[in-house]
Design a protein. Structure first.
Length: 183
């Protein structure tokens, strides 16, 4: 059964990666995960923003970035601008305020297309995990390590797992799409 456990683990990983990617897509509400992709030049290297500052959401249309070290405030502001998120940070010397503008209908549709592209990459990962598991099971059947009946049961189980994870992926996509399209 190692190939089944491995397939389930790989499919879980694919869904987790998709959740992380979906979190970086703007919905119109302020969310600290919007800044997960921001890298800041700090202490001689590129560091994730959340390692040099705390990010909070005082209200639904504002992100507040408070650096641990005030000398980095200019670098943090530059990092946010360079991340090409369409955000305009305002620096007051102590904190950076980032107003989250409402999304236009056209921008929402672009984000939905992006979500569908991300979902397709997730589907590809799930299919790859299925292929690896199926190949492993079929090889073990060929080598007579497992019987025909047991092998076919395992192949059926891999298919069931694949359908289950594809359904979860579609549910994630549908929820995120509704979130993005909500005005």
């Amino acid at each position: 059964m190692p190939s089944l456990k491995e397939a389930k683990s790989r499919m879980d990983d694919a869904l987790d990666a998709l959740r992380r990617e979906f979190a970086t897509v703007r919905t119109g509400k302020a969310n600290p995960s919007l800044l997960d992709t921001v890298r800041v030049d700090a202490y001689g290297s590129k560091m994730p923003l959340n390692q040099v500052a705390t990010i909070s959401t005082p209200d639904a249309s504002l992100l507040l970035v408070q650096p641990f070290d005030r000398s980095l405030i200019g670098d943090i502001e530059r990092g946010i601008q360079m991340a090409d998120l369409g955000l305009n940070p305002a620096n007051d010397g102590n904190v950076i305020r980032i107003p989250i503008p409402p999304l236009t209908e056209e921008r929402r549709r672009e984000f939905v297309k992006l979500l569908h592209k991300m979902a397709e990459e997730g589907r590809v990962s799930i299919r790859h995990a299925r292929k690896v598991a199926r190949d492993d099971i079929q090889n073990r059947m060929k080598e007579h390590e497992i019987g025909e009946d047991a092998g076919h049961r395992q192949l059926d189980e891999v298919e069931r797992l694949t359908h289950e994870f594809n359904d979860k992926l579609e549910e994630l996509l549908k929820r995120k799409e509704q979130e993005v399209m909500a005005v």
